[in-house]
Design a protein around this ligand. Structure first.
Ligand code: IMP
Ligand code: MG
Length: 180
């Protein structure tokens, strides 16, 4: 498999599509068991989640609904920045929510997503993330239940993840090769 170049960076293959699908099938099995009677709502956080969400949902065979959101932030007053979810499009009050993320890096955006969902009165929240960078986490979470792959502190693209808006369309995941 050839390395790819985006602007000034070089990337090499890290996780291929087949490995991703295998992992997603296992996550699907877990979710089908855990949420069998819960009629969950899967909330995908755009843009990065779109491929993972699509493939994950094909492995979910229980009654469920889904929604796609964006995390919007704007400058607040004394309390600092305000974060809200745009595009929810349905009432989530009393619902069991599974947040679907492409990657959790520092965890900052996940914290804001969780807080925003809590303000909407959800019954429970768990998180399914394709990638997790444990070394980069600045917060601790007790609800990241489903993780595709734990990766090192490295920058990756493909399968929904971008660099400068590019490469979201790639089937495989590629990692940046640091320059020596
Ligand atoms: P956070 O630090 O966990 O809040 O992650 C913030 C956002 O940075 C993620 O939702 C991604 O959009 C982006 N991000 C973090 N790590 C990567 C990466 O390795 N590749 C592409 N985007 C990333
Ligand atoms: Mg994301």
């Amino acid at each position: 498999m050839k390395n790819i170049f985006i602007d000034d960076l070089e990337f090499e293959l890290m996780i291929d599509y087949e490995q991703i699908q295998k992992r997603i099938r296992l996550i699907g099995i877990d979710i089908n068991l855990k949420y069998e009677d819960k009629h969950p709502v899967f909330v995908g956080v755009l843009n990065g989640c779109f491929m993972f969400m699509a493939d994950l949902m094909k492995q979910v065979h229980i009654p469920c609904e889904m929604s796609f959101v964006k995390l919007a932030s704007y400058s607040g007053t004394d309390q600092g920045d305000i974060h809200e979810l745009i595009g929810v499009g349905m009432s989530l009050e009393g619902r069991h929510v599974v947040i679907v993320e492409d990657v959790v890096d520092s965890g900052r955006s996940l914290v804001h997503t969780i807080e925003a969902l809590e303000r909407l009165g959800v019954a429970s929240i768990s998180v399914a993330t394709l990638l997790l960078k444990p070394e980069c986490l600045l917060y601790s979470f007790d609800n990241i239940m489903y993780v595709g792959f734990e990766i090192e502190k490295e920058f990756v693209v493909g399968y929904g993840l971008d660099y400068n808006g590019q490469c979201r369309n790639l089937q495989n995941i590629y990692k940046n090769i640091p320059r020596t």
